[in-house]
Design a binder for this molecule. Structure first.
Ligand SMILES: [Cu+2]
Length: 323
């Protein structure tokens, strides 16, 4: 019985901690059912052909074969239709889903007329580790310049710019992402909030203290904010794969590829590299750590302070050396 349970477990889906991950599982099941239908169809065809064209039923070979083109034509027609669906429909939806999450406006929020990368984590893969670059409390990712890449600044962040000054760079450690419940504005009252817009808990609390708790209505509707990983690679092609989040995306040098997911449970989840990227490929493991919104805010604050105090320390040391 235990063996049976183990076998069932081995063939089941891994734990799911992503709000849209069920769609991926659905697709996997649909593809398997389609393959099963094809398999059964071909098996039936195979045995029918064996029986129909056996030498006992047809002692003399028919050299003329089939004359009608109906079957060939309909198969070719089917191929053309399938290709049209693939190119027109699939490309459109792929572009729609991959480049823009349904709550993308919330992820890259517009604030003071400029974009904020509130829940974007830049991940740079290298042989054989994962590195992460986070926006600081100001919510903006600093610009990068490859001339600045070095031991103390592996991402080449332009730090003397306001966006980059509070950024957090973490090498070869857990990649932290927030799990944020959306508060949907049901009734904006006399506030500046828009009907139907989504607030994070932090924004909800800020709005409550700004306008007063009875001045507007917003409810937690069960939806979760998308997190975006802005993925790239420093050297060769790697692949960012986290099974519980149902996410797998190649990291390609010179390209920044966005991945979106909505984590539903705090915890640490295994991150593996799904492209054979060199002799240390098997060692290239990491962790995606999902934390609550409060933990995320706190972590961002302390790490950012740590980063800037490191910088101050470094400049003090340089000054001392100069003196
Ligand atoms: Cu790799």
């Amino acid at each position: 019985m235990e063996l049976l349970n183990d076998i069932i477990k081995a063939f089941s889906f891994p734990e799911l901690v992503s709000q849209d991950g069920g769609k991926i599982d659905g697709l996997v099941i649909a593809v398997h059912l389609l393959m099963l239908a094809l398999f059964v169809g071909w098996i039936i065809y195979y045995f029918t052909a064996l029986w129909k064209f056996s030498s006992s039923r047809n002692p003399k070979a028919d050299y003329k074969g089939v004359k009608s083109k109906t079957v060939t034509n309909s198969v070719e027609g089917g191929v053309i239709v399938a290709e049209l669906i693939l190119v027109v429909v699939a490309t459109y939806y792929w572009n729609f889903y991959v480049n823009e999450a349904d709550d993308y406006d919330q992820v890259v929020a517009m604030a003071n007329g400029s974009k904020k990368d509130l829940h974007v984590v830049r991940v740079t893969a290298e042989q054989f580790a994962w590195n992460a670059h986070y926006p600081g409390p100001n919510g903006r990712l600093g610009k990068q310049d490859k001339a600045l890449v070095g031991g103390s600044n592996p991402f080449g962040i332009i730090k003397d710019n306001v966006d980059g000054s509070d950024d957090i760079a973490v090498l070869k450690s857990d990649i932290i992402v927030p799990m944020i419940y959306n508060y949907r504005v049901q009734n904006p009252g006399k506030t500046d909030l828009k009907l139907g817009s989504l607030l994070t808990e932090t924004e909800f609390n800020e709005a409550q203290s700004k306008y007063g708790s009875d001045s507007f209505e917003a409810i937690r509707d069960g939806s979760i904010r998308s997190v975006t990983i802005d993925l790239t690679s420093k050297d060769v092609i790697h692949s960012f794969k986290v099974l519980p989040l149902r996410v797998c995306q190649d990291a390609i040098p010179g390209l920044n590829i966005p991945i979106h997911f909505k984590p539903t449970k705090p915890g640490r989840y295994a991150l593996t590299c799904a492209q054979l990227c060199g002799d240390g490929h098997a060692r290239m493991r990491g962790v995606v750590k999902v934390v609550s919104e409060q933990e995320w805010n706190q972590w961002q604050k302390t790490e950012s302070e740590k980063n800037s105090s490191d910088k101050e320390q470094a400049s003090v040391t340089i000054d001392k050396v100069k003196a």
